[in-house]
Design a protein around this ligand. Structure first.
Ligand SMILES: Cc1cc2nc3c(=O)[nH]c(=O)nc-3n(C[C@H](O)[C@H](O)[C@H](O)COP(=O)(O)O)c2cc1C
Length: 184
């Protein structure tokens, strides 16, 4: 990094609104691995939004929390997102956030690199939700540079030690994180 080059900034958040979100827990682990970059882990629940609807939008415009979230995202070069899965798709909470953001500025991720993760208690690691997210973020200008589903988090991640139990998953996660960090 040259002396005049500003340190790249990364924002991380889970797609879940659960106070005990395993995706948020995974991100706590991931952001601790990041070196030489500024990284902020936020919670989308700090930006509560009503269910999007065109009638509501016409009547009330953009919620203050949406404006705050949009402005917040604009300040970052990269995103690490970890999505949950409900009934084979992205959670309604995450989809709702995307729908609102797409209304305030369609290309709200323009110029940003994205590492997309997903975690679940099941064997597929929320892969369907991950695939949906990887597919849709480019519409908003985001460049997904790496992605990885994390299966059966309650067994493959140790809460007490804050470490990944399964070596192959640990290696995969290190690889996707390195790819992402090098893209910035
Ligand atoms: C309504 C509901 C539907 C779910 N559907 C799926 C699913 O389709 N695939 C999956 O892997 N896990 C599913 N799960 C289990 C989630 O993986 C688990 O609740 C996980 O903790 C969600 O992530 P979070 O804690 O970050 O919100 C579902 C859970 C709920 C409550």
């Amino acid at each position: 990094m040259g002396i005049f080059e500003a340190m790249k900034k990364i924002i991380a958040f889970a797609g879940s609104n659960s106070s005990t979100s395993i995706n948020h827990r995974l991100l706590e682990y991931v952001v601790d691995l990041v070196e030489e970059k500024e990284v902020s882990l936020i919670k989308l629940t700090d930006y509560p939004l009503p269910i999007f609807g065109e009638d509501l939008e016409k009547e009330s415009g953009y919620p203050e929390e949406l404006k705050r979230l949009h402005e917040k995202l604009a300040a970052y070069d990269g995103l690490i997102i970890s999505v949950n899965e409900h009934n084979g798709g992205p959670s309604a909470f995450f989809k709702n956030t995307l729908d609102w953001l797409s209304r305030i500025e369609y290309k709200f991720l323009a110029g940003k690199k994205v590492l997309c993760l997903s975690a679940s208690t099941g064997k597929r690691g929320a892969l369907s939700s991950l695939e949906y997210t990887v597919g849709v973020l480019p519409r908003y200008g985001g460049e997904v540079v790496a992605s990885m589903p994390f299966p059966v988090l309650q067994e493959n991640f140790s809460e007490e030690k804050s470490e990944i139990v399964d070596e192959s998953l640990e290696n995969q996660l290190n690889d996707v994180l390195t790819t992402f960090l090098q893209s910035l």
